[in-house]
Design a protein around this ligand. Structure first.
Ligand SMILES: Cc1cc2nc3c(=O)[nH]c(=O)nc-3n(C[C@H](O)[C@H](O)[C@H](O)COP(=O)(O)OP(=O)(O)OC[C@H]3O[C@@H](n4cnc5c(N)ncnc54)[C@H](O)[C@@H]3O)c2cc1C
Length: 426
């Protein structure tokens, strides 16, 4: 057991941890920065949608972590067990203690397979799959889905990339059309939410695809409470919907998916089920003093919405999925969060305030609509559209198109590995 000291400690070497570290070391070369990350590999998770749709191999999305750690940073290959921010220390699983002057927390999100009754028992079999965990199995299930109902659903908890549960649905619909299987199959999207998407014009385009292009039945205000894997049934409760919202059932007047009701439960029988599992901040993180102790954001890291500084400890910042920021948790959001953290961190190192309110809630969702069409939904706090002015000069990013697809398949992965993780800002 030893006590090691670093000027800056970064927890997590995923998208947020690496991006912030790389930018920090570009801005100030001589900083002493350590990244604590147990994994030998680094995934590009946004491409898992394409893996699930059979358009990429998982091996193409994973690279060695050693190549992502910026050269001047020290890599501590261990798990963090807890953080004691009152003492400026991080305790590792091997018993070591790391003391810091400044801390950046980026441990990501935790997938909770035990968050829904029956999920754990049936996950990865009986046609129950998730791109969040095993996109290879999604692709296997998709290819074997020849008749019956394909159910696409998500939990009531926050999730990373909230568009991902829909993307694989559109890819499935496209696959079924290409393989002449639409006569024998029906698709249903069941969400606890009230709308298909929160921001125009993306909402209109998604509605057009769901209703007219793919004829997908929709269920709004549907809370998934149980999965019976053997019977291939998903059980839902209906949440009361606000006035003026979508009704519970959309584009399914004749109940083509044969939903049944037992008491207050609504039961959808499926042949294929893709779901985003329930998610939370990592359990150990929830116990730390950096997490919200109560309220609707309980357990998520409490950070200032614009400066990303911890709301409780001024020498601590948070980035990415673990934070309580009221916007979509995506890598795209991190691209805009990282420069704000770097600027504010350097500011407090220089004895000034962390008062740069640079982050406006930007996030984006590349909605893959088929094997060659994508639309790029960009928005900020309040679900206000925030499309890139340069991009929109040349492309209508609100409509699914082939150039946008090329961006998703080739340009974004290239930029991720070669620019974002290397600390370049654009
Ligand atoms: C199917 C899918 C599709 C997606 N699509 C998109 C998309 O199209 N566009 C987009 O922008 N984003 C997308 N995302 C979301 C994006 O991948 C995440 O938002 C992003 O990776 C979050 O970065 P992060 O640094 O917060 O977490 P991560 O990148 O997950 O990194 C967290 C790191 O912390 C480490 N860690 C965990 N616990 C500990 C511990 N105890 N000690 C030390 N280290 C620890 C982990 O090993 C991991 O490396 C998608 C995600 C999924 C799953």
């Amino acid at each position: 057991m030893s006590n090691i000291k670093h000027q800056v400690v970064v927890i997590g070497g995923g998208t947020g941890g690496i991006m912030v570290t790389a930018q920090l070391l570009r801005a100030r070369k001589n900083l002493d920065v350590a990244i604590i990350e147990p994994s030998e590999t680094h995934p590009y998770q946004p491409a898992w949608t394409l893996v699930g749709g059979g358009l990429m191999k998982k091996s193409q999305t994973i690279r060695p972590e050693a190549r992502q750690i910026p050269k001047r940073a020290k890599w501590i290959k261990e798990y963090v067990e807890t953080i004691n921010p009152d003492n400026n220390e991080v305790v590792l699983k091997n018993g070591d203690t790391i003391t810091y002057e400044y801390l950046i927390a980026a441990p990501g999100i935790q997938i909770n397979l035990d968050g829904i009754e029956g999920l754990k028992e049936t996950f990865g079999k009986n046609g129950v799959c998730s791109n969040y965990v095993d996109p290879d199995y999604t692709w296997e299930v998709l290819q074997n889905f020849k008749s019956g109902t394909g159910l696409f659903t998500q939990p009531t908890t926050p999730i990373k990339c909230p568009g991902a549960p829909q993307k694989i649905m559109y890819l499935t619909a496209d696959y079924l059309q290409m393989h002449n299987r639409t006569k024998d199959t029906n698709l249903v999207f069941a969400t606890p939410g009230t709308v298909i998407f929160g921001t125009e014009p993306f909402k209109t385009e998604l509605k057009r695809y769901a209703n007219d292009v793919y004829d997908i039945a929709q269920r709004y205000g549907y809370k998934l409470v149980k999965i019976d894997g053997d019977k291939k049934e998903a059980h839902y409760e209906r949440i009361n919907l606000p006035e003026g919202a979508n009704p519970h059932v959309v584009n399914d007047d004749n109940n083509k998916i044969n939903e049944t009701q037992e008491g207050d439960r609504y039961i959808i029988k499926f042949d294929m089920m893709h779901l985003a599992p329930p998610q939370s901040a990592p359990s150990w993180f929830q116990q730390t003093k950096l997490a919200n102790p109560d309220g609707p954001n309980k357990g998520w890291m409490a950070v200032d919405e614009n400066t990303l500084q911890s709301r409780f400890y001024p020498n601590v910042f948070g980035v990415g999925d673990v934070t309580d920021l009221p916007t979509a948790r995506t890598g795209a959001a991190i691209r805009k969060q990282a420069p704000t953290i770097v600027k504010n961190l350097l500011s407090i190192m220089d004895g000034k305030e962390a008062d740069y309110k640079g982050y406006d809630g930007y996030s984006s969702c590349p909605l893959v609509m088929s094997h060659n069409r994508m639309l790029l939904a960009e928005f900020k706090y309040g679900a206000v559209r925030s499309s890139d002015p340069l991009l929109t000069k040349f492309f209508d990013t609100g409509k699914a198109s082939y150039p946008m697809w090329l961006m998703k398949r080739y340009m974004l992965p290239f930029l991720y590995w070669n620019a974002m993780l290397k600390g370049y800002q654009f």
